[in-house]
Design a protein around this ligand. Sequence first.
Ligand code: ATP
Ligand code: MG
Length: 247
Amino acid sequence: MAVVEAVNLGMVYPDGTRALKKVSFSVEDGESCAIIGPSGCGKTTLLFIFSGLLRPTEGCALIEGKEIVAPPKKAALILQNYGLFPWKTVIENVALGLQIRGMKAKDAKNTVKPILSKLGLEGFENHYPKQLSGGMQQRVAFARALAIKPKIMLMDEPFSSLDALSREKLQNFLLELWMKERLTMLLVTHSIEEAVFLGRQIVVLSPRPGKVVKIIENPMAGSVEYRNMEEYFEKCREVRKSVGATW
Ligand SMILES: Nc1ncnc2c1ncn2[C@@H]1O[C@H](COP(=O)(O)OP(=O)(O)OP(=O)(O)O)[C@@H](O)[C@H]1O
Ligand SMILES: [Mg+2]
């Protein structure tokens, strides 16, 4: 069953800016989809629609077959700029989602401790975001998303501000998490390599207004070793070709 689905999705902002036009694709349960497109083509707009923060002006966005009218409970959103609250500590940031869902602060903090240590953040529970490196802040954002035990992960360029090494490490972490938890993932990126490493389906968008140029199947994605395989480089070339024709 399609867990995430866009049907002829269009978005025109109130000032008349058209961000998306007739975008259709679907992601099956436990699958991953990378959305790749140039800056300003409407990728964040698309994720905001799936996270229930924006309503499309045309077509519809569905989660598990139902039109999205409010932020879907099963989905976690990871924003382009981490989206952490600067006035809250690491553990408070991570526990927030559980508290919003009604858990007591103390219980929420105890629940998230193992997640923090899994992400290498123990010892930093009481630090504020500004006291952390970019890579660490990004891991806090992941921890916060994972704390609610999501079935669906919606991610907006979650690795774009990291150095190459931290990026690879977190990509591997996400890949392993995806395989283990059978999450359904929607990942927005403008990196061809990242799209091919993490997206079993790659949706290529045109410059604004974002339209679907091509949907590329990438069935071999799903192992850390893929990154070094000839098939991976071949797929990168294929994506680069269709991107190059339109960007
Ligand atoms: N609130 C808004 N009102 C009017 N126009 C907007 C609004 N938000 C975004 N836009 C416009 O919609 C278009 C798509 O923006 P969006 O942020 O979705 O792009 P993006 O693909 O995420 O870009 P980037 O790769 O730089 O993050 C842009 O032209 C932007 O200027
Ligand atoms: Mg964006």
